[in-house]
Design a protein around this ligand. Structure first.
Ligand code: MTE
Length: 332
């Protein structure tokens, strides 16, 4: 059954009939947050951003993590960098709360050492990697990427890491592997948000194998030449610059190769809003937000003209071929 919400004029499926009660409750909570402006009201968040950036303390200088400038095509933009303060105080990390200021405050209790990442599924060489092994696996590079959030804001961040493809090659995917699932930490002891039903935990994301192998897909350990702050996904996260920000899963603990399209946390919560592909596409609107333009955090004031969002977030020359012949309205 389909219902229309009067508040946002959007058609939601009546999910109580087809999903377990807990999951249904979680979706209702998500819809309530969206309607009430926590998950979705980019404008209100925008107005509050300055206050947040000033109110949240920077967690001291983190350990340096230098990376040589990348030679990967498209991996460096000359655009102005977002201030570190903004990038580390205006975050989405629902395990630590749904407000943009929650992660910077609450993520500091996350224990990032020891840390292991299980790499498993349809591969010849499944293995459990300690963080130290992963840091040594390939040379770190600096990649300056635009990251655009589905809510309509964007940042430019100098990440440090290496192409996920380096790790993928080590484990030798089988011919039957078509997708990669990314599972992130869900620790109720340190992550207060995991007790909520906003999403199903752990947070799961996924890519097609060729997307995961693309040289721009980054396994990031740092930003701004330092190790990642916890609110940005320490000790390691994904950064997929041509997709909406939520595809870039934080605090990874498992990477699994599959022959089926993974069910992701956001598409489970609201499949009509968050598709598997989630490529940045100004021509395909989210049901509640236009995707045609965006505001750059820290640069574009609330009343400034928004800047145009670019196809594949400006990475079309590098990634367009991955989607040749696909109907991107259908595979959103
Ligand atoms: N990863 C986990 N584990 N949990 C999350 O809630 N939020 C996503 C993504 N990765 C999220 C996550 C969303 S919605 C965005 S926009 C980006 O992280 C934000 O990354 P940033 O805080 O470094 O800008």
């Amino acid at each position: 059954m389909i219902i229309r919400s009067d508040r946002d004029g959007f058609v939601h499926p009546q999910s109580s009939e087809i999903t377990p009660h807990g999951v249904y409750q979680g979706r209702r909570e998500l819809m309530r947050l969206m309607a009430g402006g926590l998950a979705g009201a980019a404008l209100a968040s925008w107005a509050a951003r300055d206050a947040l950036a000033q109110g949240v303390a920077r967690p001291g200088k983190l350990a340096p993590l230098a990376g040589a400038k990348s030679a990967v095509a498209g991996a460096v933009t000359m655009e102005k960098l977002t201030d570190y303060q903004d990038a580390s105080s205006y975050n989405n990390y629902y395990e630590f709360g749904t407000d943009k200021s929650d992660p910077a405050r609450q993520a500091q209790q996350l224990k990032t050492s020891p840390w292991t990442v299980a790499v498993e599924g349809l591969v010849k060489k499944p293995a459990s990697y300690g963080l130290e092994d992963l840091l040594k696996l390939s040379a770190q590079e600096e990649r300056i990427y635009r990251l655009r959030c589905v809510e309509g804001w964007s940042m430019v961040i100098p990440w440090v890491g290496y192409s996920l493809a380096e790790l993928i090659r080590k484990v030798e995917p089988l011919g039957s592997a078509k997708y990669v699932e990314f599972v992130t930490l869900a620790d109720p002891k340190t992550m207060p948000g995991v007790g909520s039903r906003v999403l199903e935990w752990p947070y799961v994301e996924g890519l097609r194998l060729d997307e995961a192998m693309h040289p721009l897909t980054l396994l990031a350990f740092g930003m701004y030449g330092e190790v990642l702050p916890k609110q940005n996904g320490a000790p390691l996260r994904l950064v997929v610059p041509w997709k909406y920000g939520f595809k870039s899963a934080k605090s990874l603990v498992k990477i699994r190769f599959t022959d089926q399209e993974p069910r992701t946390a956001w598409s489970k919560a609201a499949p009509q809003e968050y598709g598997f592909y989630s490529n940045v596409n100004p021509g395909v609107d989210h049901p509640r937000w236009s995707q045609a333009s965006e505001r750059r955090i820290g640069e574009d004031g609330l009343f400034a003209k928004k800047r145009k969002t670019l196809m594949f977030n400006g990475y079309e020359a590098q990634v367009g071929q991955l989607y040749a012949g696909m109907d991107l309205k259908k595979f959103y």
